[in-house]
Design a binder for this molecule. Sequence first.
Ligand code: F6R
Length: 362
Amino acid sequence: EKEGFDHFMLKEIYEQPTALRNTLKDKFEGDKVNLPDLNIDSEYLKGVNKIAIVACGTAWHAGLVGKHLFETLLRIPVEIDIASEFRYRNPLVDEKTLVIVVSQSGETADTLAAMRDSQKKGAKVLAVTNNKGSSIARESEFIFHTIAGPEIAVASTKAYTTQLMGFYLITLYFGQLLGKEMPKELYDGLKEIPVLADKVLQNTKDQLDKITAPFDGWDNSFFIGRGMDWYVSQEGSLKLKEISYIHAEAYAAGELKHGTLALIEQDIPVVAVATQQDIYDKTVSNIKEVKARGGYVIAVVQEGDEDITHSVDEVIKIPKVPSLLTPILSVIPLQLLSYKEAVKRGQDVDKPRNLAKSVTVE
Ligand code: F6R
């Protein structure tokens, strides 16, 4: 069933263009997004004064992007929390809160409990899930189904990128329901994403030896970025930790000098994601701080961002898209990097130690 791939994880990384295409399918009506299956009406949505996003692990990382989108484009306040934290802190949730839970399996115990508690407080729940028949799908008021297909490898890849796709579509749809003008470039960009994801896979393939070499001999590393790039850094670092067992610290680039910069030493691998145009210069200056301390920097940038190429050690380029759309593309090289490094180290990529695919106990 691995269809010629050495591992399910690699197969699933390569299935992303198809998974994204399937998740997008039938979601556009002309130039607008239409999600009739969501069953949300504008009357209800207009009464929502806060969104709370709740999930675990990789799904929570997708939620970070979701929060950014909702707040940027809809100007609705969004809280985001890890399910095991949310459920025990008596969160501020009421009938005017829309709770969005994100779960590939739809069976994660903490996420399910967080959702049930929210419903008791009167909130309605929108589930972004890959499993239509799951407990989370059954018990939620609204569902967005990610059509990633079965994900076998413990490390989540195509579920994450399709969850991101879900957040883009939901944000645009909510914007339309609320009568807000949504940027046309996002509609156009989204339709292009499956093709561009394929391009990233092809382009990164030949770079993997070069970008994993700096990790040789290291048990520590960093992922840095700002905004969307920081959220993707968190996902990249989790991937590296869980399958290659290399510690990876994800840090907001601007926060480094408040302590963590002390850990940068000669040749330590630092993956710097710098795809956000409005803050590109800010991230570049953080990268220079890291370089000045001897860090080995592998930068992920958009095509056309040349400023950085001379000040870093390796450059991975993703196609040019609006800054809000980069996470779906910029995460792909990070997935491949982790995969390649784990294989090099002889780890059990599809079944990393101590982890289970579906966490049904808290
Ligand atoms: C990491 C990973 C986990 C899951 C988390 C939530 O690669 O797979 O962090 O994302 O356990 O699982 P779901 O989405 O099934 O609720």
